[in-house]
Design a protein around this ligand. Structure first.
Ligand code: SF4
Length: 407
């Protein structure tokens, strides 16, 4: 049996945290209301951070908190007290990229493990080893590394290594770009990226205001800085074989459906791989699952060496998905087989729904009857987060995702 790496999932909100851990993540990374790199990702109040730690620890899982902004002077004042609070509530590690914040964590909470964020651009073994000597317990590798470089880093250092296996990419070195600052005054390095790289750019001429000349590489136009999404599912065997300690999924701003689906697929892949199973036949099924969530076309990005046009999406910056997220199971009565559902997209009688479950097998069912909470028959649930009930043909778990094929 091969050593199993940790599966680390993103959690932008408490609900996503619960979904991540219930669908198979060993750990989740979250941000407080300040100092994380996803200022619009929901994020956790201090009380919620405490609740998140308690929820994770009850499942014998871990919570890491991001402190990975590049801090300016004005950020420093409130930081010592926040670091002490994180240590006090028992978070399992903080993610840091700024040397000043790193030093502060070491002095303020010496027993709090520190992971060096990918934002610090850890691209070689000397850097990884240097962070270890300074007291870091883990280094998150830069996404801009090829397999042979990762392998070399692994050989030269025994610090824990974490690497991204799935999720959105930056066109520039992982977040260290100024496009967003320049166009929108929102600093990507302080958690406020406006994803400007995905915008559709055009050319204008100084004396012709309002006239936009398309920058076209072909008849569809071009999105010159629109990276595809990383997907290293096909490389799991190789990555586990290297002895990487933690496999990370990007996406604290993505949906509950995204977190559930990506986490479950990588959970199954890692388990199959570490059990020595020949899972080649399951790969197409897993890939098909990853097509169901909202995503850009997939790429292995830098993993095979230098990137080329196959790592960019030139047609559109739109996301694709083959299913719609319809609702979430909030309760289930085993005696009556009645499931209580919270609506997330319009659903009506006659729709065929897939129940995608944290641990139980998925199944499809055609909706023949729906009721409100008073037991009145309804034909549809058109309102956001409307609660309704249905009789299900198989038992369902809390946080089961209901989804429907997009026709
Ligand atoms: S604008 Fe694009 S490349 Fe720059 S930090 Fe944001 S997502 Fe990354």
């Amino acid at each position: 049996m091969r050593k199993k790496p940790e599966l680390l999932a993103p959690a932008g909100t408490m609900e996503k945290l619960k979904v991540a851990l219930l669908y198979g993540a060993d750990a989740a990374y979250v941000a407080g209301k300040s100092f994380g790199l996803r200022a619009f990702g929901g994020n956790f109040t201090r009380d919620e951070l405490k609740e998140a730690v308690e929820f994770a620890h009850a499942l014998r899982k871990k919570i890491y908190v991001t402190l990975n902004i590049y801090a300016h002077n004005s950020d420093i004042k409130q930081t010592p007290q926040y670091i002490s609070y994180l240590a006090e509530i028992g978070v399992d590690a903080v993610l840091v990229s700024d040397l000043g914040l790193f030093t502060l964590c070491r002095s303020q909470a010496p027993s709090l493990p520190i992971h060096i964020s990918t934002q610090a651009n850890n691209t070689n073994w000397l850097t990884a080893q240097s962070w270890r000597e300074l007291g870091a317990s883990r280094v998150v590798l830069a996404r801009e590394l090829a397999f042979h470089e990762i392998s070399d880093i692994r050989e030269h250092t025994d610090v824990e290594l974490e690497m991204f296996v799935h999720g959105a990419m930056c066109i520039s070195y992982s977040g260290r770009c100024l496009l967003s600052n320049f166009f929108t005054h929102r600093d990507a390095n302080r958690g406020m990226c406006a994803h400007v790289c995905r915008w559709k750019f055009a050319l204008t001429e100084e004396k012709s205001p309002g006239e936009y000349f398309p920058i076209a590489e072909d008849e569809r136009g071009t999105y010159i800085m629109n990276s595809r999404d990383l997907c290293l599912l096909d490389r799991i065997d190789e990555i586990v074989g290297l002895g990487i300690n933690s496999l990370k999924i990007e996406g604290r701003m993505k949906s509950v459906h995204y977190v559930a689906c990506v986490t479950k697929i990588y959970r199954e892949a890692i388990d199959a791989c570490c059990a020595g199973e020949d899972f080649t036949g399951r790969l197409p099924i897993w890939r098909k699952e990853l097509e169901k969530i909202s995503h850009r076309p997939y790429t292995e990005a830098f993993y095979n060496g230098n990137t080329d046009e196959a790592t960019q999406s030139f047609e559109t910056s739109k996301n694709f998905q083959s299913t719609d997220f319809i609702g979430l199971v909030r309760g289930y009565d085993a005696k009556t087989r009645i499931a209580t559902i919270e609506q997330r997209n319009h659903v009506k009688i006659g729709d065929t729904i897939e129940f995608f479950q944290p641990t139980l097998p998925s199944f499809h069912q055609k909706l023949t009857a729906m009721t409100d909470l008073e037991g009145n028959a309804i034909q549809a649930a058109p309102h956001a987060q409307q609660i309704f009930q249905i009789e299900v043909q198989s038992p369902v778990e809390p946080y089961t995702i209901l989804r429907q094929n997009i026709v």
